[in-house]
Write a protein that binds this ligand. Sequence first.
Ligand code: BG6
Ligand code: MG
Length: 216
Amino acid sequence: EIRGFIFDLDGVLTDSSEYHYRAWQRLADEEGLPFSRKENEQLRGIPRRESLLIVLKGRKCSEVQLAELMERKNRYYQELIQRITPRDLLPGVAELLAELRAAGLKLALGSSSKNAAEVLRRLGIDAMFDAISDGHSVSHAKPAPDLFLDAAAKLGLPAAACVVVEDAAAGIQAARSGGFLSVGLGPVTRVAGADAIFPDLKGIRLADILAALKAL
Ligand code: BG6
Ligand code: MG
C-alpha cells in the first residue's frame, strides 16, 4: 500500500535544472572549460562537488581552488533562483500535490541541493511537505539510496510504502536500490529503469500513477 510520495526538486517540481545548467555554463566559460547543454545531462541530480569534478574534466585543482569554484557556481545559481515565484511550478505539480495531500498521503522532498529549502519557499509549497531531505541531510549522494531512505524515515514510512518521483538517472537508481517504487519524468533514455514513466506531471493524477505502477 502506498502511503507517501518523495519528490525530487530540480527538474521535477520546477525547472531549476535549467538554472543549474546556466550557472555551470557561466563558470565553465570563465574558466575556459569546454561545456555544453548535452554534457550538463551528466550533472542532473549530482551534488555540487561531484558536478564540479565532472566539469573540470581532470584539470588539477587545490582544495582552496575547488572551494572557490563551487562558491562561484553557487553564487551564479543563487542569483538565478531569486526570480523563482509560484508561477514557476511545472504544469500539473500544484494540482498533484494538492490531490496527494487530500488523499491523506505523506509528502517529502528528496533533493541533492543545498538550496532546496529556499527554492521550495520561493515556489510557495514548503507548507505542503511533511519532511525535507536535501543536500545537507546525508553524506552518500544519489545514486546511493541514503537521501530517500532519510526522507522515508522522516515520514515514518518503509521504503516499500513510498513512491519516488525523479527526473535524473542517478535518482532512479537511488530509488531502485532503496526499495522504492519510482516514477521517472522525461525521456526514456534518461529515466529508463523507473517503474512508471511520464514526460512530465502535466495532467497526471494519483490514479494515473497508481494505474501505471500496478501494471508492473
Ligand atoms: C540537484 C541538481 O538537485 O542538486 C544538481 O539536479 C545540483 O544539478 C545538485 O548540482 C546540488 O545542488 P546545490 O544547490 O547544492 O549546488
Ligand atoms: Mg532532478
